[in-house]
Design a protein around this ligand. Structure first.
Ligand SMILES: *[C@@H]1O[C@H](CO)[C@@H](O)[C@H](O)[C@H]1NC(C)=O
Length: 329
């Protein structure tokens, strides 16, 4: 396979990016001197502050301060209803810059695209010009963020979903740089497989917009269950967490035969869909139908995930300890 040096020119010099082996662009994210890191993750948010987006943002600011977060992850559907029109679309400032104003949130944001982003000008969200407007913004299709104790694998999941490709006259999706679907998906999967196989990181977190496991409106995403999940569950890869949005709620699901935790953090703005479809296979640890967000705190040995509602109340926590020699304890 063709390997190339991938250099992303960026106004943010702190992460100059070189991909030596894997094909995915990689970013180096510094963490704290004690080798711990913390972050917030949020999805399905950009509504110019409405539907409680501003309230959630305020609580993110408060919790972000408490935890001294290192960065923020956006799991997609960044701008409603149909992404950005172009790089000068005021929605970028109205839904991002002017909303997440807290001091603690002035950190790097790493974002993937959601299906609503593809309904507009998806390429605009990837454009470095946006970083001149707000230097926090970094959105790519699929990429990696490396830290001393964890690696984050961001995957562009929208192209996987077949129904978005149907009726192109009726539904606009910006498939520039993506089509044809099959070729694109197989490259994404191949790149991820190489990246996971080369990873020696203690913690591995995969981030995508679409659900793999969900008990709400959208349920499981069949294409991801078929094509992505087997790779995430491969014992030699040892993926710890899969984080997504798409369903506008908070969820924590895991199953007895897999070490992966499925975390839905799609509560960035419009929520309360009132749809709950539990299945029998998985263990549902949290389903919260309203707005909110999650935090992730990692050290070499410990992972802790906390779920917060729109008022910043803790509604669920999960933690795991592992030592160097026994991946799952
Ligand atoms: C916003 O949050 C408040 C609770 O703080 C809740 O009463 C209200 O219904 C929410 N609004 C929407 C649109 O979800």
């Amino acid at each position: 396979m063709h390997r190339r040096l991938f250099i992303v020119t960026s106004t943010i010099v702190s992460f100059l990016v070189i991909s030596s082996f894997a094909q995915l662009p990689q970013f180096e994210q510094p963490i704290k001197p004690d080798a711990s890191l913390s972050l917030l993750a949020i999805g399905d948010w950009g509504r110019k502050g409405t539907f409680n987006q501003s309230l959630v943002a305020k609580q993110m600011g408060r919790i972000g301060e408490e935890l001294g977060i290192d960065f923020v992850i956006s799991v997609g559907d960044n701008f409603y209803d149909a992404g950005l029109i172009d790089v000068y679309d005021k929605s970028f400032e109205e839904s991002f810059t002017n909303i997440y104003t807290a001091k603690s949130l002035q950190k790097q944001w790493y974002a993937v695209l959601g299906n609503h982003d593809y309904r507009g000008n998806a390429v605009a969200q990837l454009d470095p010009i946006l970083r001149d407007i707000d230097k926090r913004w970094l959105c790519l299709r699929s990429f990696m963020v490396n830290t001393d104790i964890a690696q984050f694998f961001f995957i562009d999941t929208t192209p996987f979903v077949k129904k978005y490709w149907k009726h192109p006259k009726k539904n606009h999706y910006d498939w520039r740089g993506v089509a044809p679907r099959k070729k694109y998906i197989s490259k994404v999967l191949k790149d991820l497989e190489i990246a996971l196989s080369e990873s020696t990181s203690i913690w591995k977190v995969v981030v995508g917009h679409h659900t793999i496991r969900s008990v709400s409106e959208h349920g499981d995403t069949d294409e991801l269950v078929d094509m992505l999940l087997p790779m995430l569950e491969a014992s030699n890869f040892g993926v710890d967490l899969y984080m997504n949005g798409h369903d506008h709620c908070l969820e924590h699901i895991s199953s007895d035969d897999s070490p992966i935790q499925f975390l839905t953090t799609g509560g960035g703005s419009k929520a309360w869909r009132g749809i709950f479809n539990p299945n029998k296979v998985d263990t549902l640890r949290l389903f919260y139908d309203g707005q909110g967000f999650i935090s992730l705190q990692l050290t070499k040995t410990d992972a802790k995930v906390v779920y917060y509602d729109v008022d910043g109340n803790v509604i669920h926590t999960w933690s795991r300890t592992k030592d160097c020699c026994h991946p799952y304890i």
